[in-house]
Design a protein around this ligand. Sequence first.
Ligand code: NDP
Length: 350
Amino acid sequence: MFGLIGHSPSFEDARVKARSLGYEEYADGDLDMWCMAPPQLVEHVTVESLTGKRITGAYIDSVFVPEMLRRFKTAKRKVLKAMELAQRSGIDITALGGFTSIIFEDMNLLREERVSAVALDWSRFTTGNTHTAWVICQQVETNAPKLGIDLARARVAVVGASGDIGSAVCRWLQRRGVAELLLVARRPQPLIDLQQSLGAGRILALEEALPEADVVVWVASLPQSLQIEVSRLRRPCLMIDGGYPKNLDTKAAADGVHVLKGGIVEFWQDIGWQMMEVAEMERPQRQMFACFAEAMLLDFEDIHTNFSWGRNNITLELMDQIGAASLRHGFRALELDPAGLGRRTTLAPA
Ligand code: NDP
């Protein structure tokens, strides 16, 4: 059995969802009330692979909302309680979705082995980052040529390069061969370490990297206040919006700048679930975050262990393995809308 731990994109969305599910007291409650609320197992689902294998899963809402991010103790408790509920529910492998994996890593929750009377078994959880990194790389490889971008001659900026997903994307792109990797994050030392381990890549500030990049992979949670100087971007430019929340389409929309939601996959058939409706997927019956799909894949493959865990442990071999499973069981990475390709591309003057 697989599990998914998620949360609503905002407090307002969460209240609307609560009302639609008949939880009136939550719909009317304030943020303090929500901070005290326990996690909820809201949905069971059965999923059938392209191979014909059927598995069952459950969605657990952590009842966390991004407005709680600054309430550290609350955020920590929400994630641990949701994990405890997953374990108590007998789920073999559960993905930590949205902010929950970031809270887990940033707050070093590995130290918290017990929640109430339950000793957490880390092998039952995965961040899903290996599959997310693989999907983002597929999205770069598949969509760049559609815009006339030859990756072998392209500069690819990775924003969040020193992170778990970003460093894996850099390793993959280096193996694949791109003209140059532009490495972007705030802290210099992890970037220097990455550059040394890659033996390649140029470290740049965001505002220096963007005007040089043919492709930009965003794998960092960026502040709402971030402004992108769209007039300085190359044309065409492919932007893979792999961070959470996915808000680049409003910041970078322009002629010739193509923003694709990154780390999203589509299943080969509809799944009878409600859970992706709150995540604003275009086709919520089939589309989902790649990290969620990783839990399904691990269950389909009977790999009941923490496949993605800790930071900077994602190897190319693990990406190849989860990628092959992804294709075998009927997932494919989201692609640019063909209708937008001709309309939105204006080639830069030579
Ligand atoms: P990590 O915390 O491991 O890495 C984050 C990276 O972003 C670091 O390199 C960090 O370096 C950098 N960063 C953070 N803030 C900024 C900023 N303001 N400007 C530039 N760089 C920044 O995170 P993960 O690799 O686990 O996840 C990356 C993103 O992907 C997250 O937003 C996460 O929510 C999202 N994600 C999306 C999924 C999906 O859509 N399917 C699934 C899983 C994760 P530094 O601190 O030095 O700046």
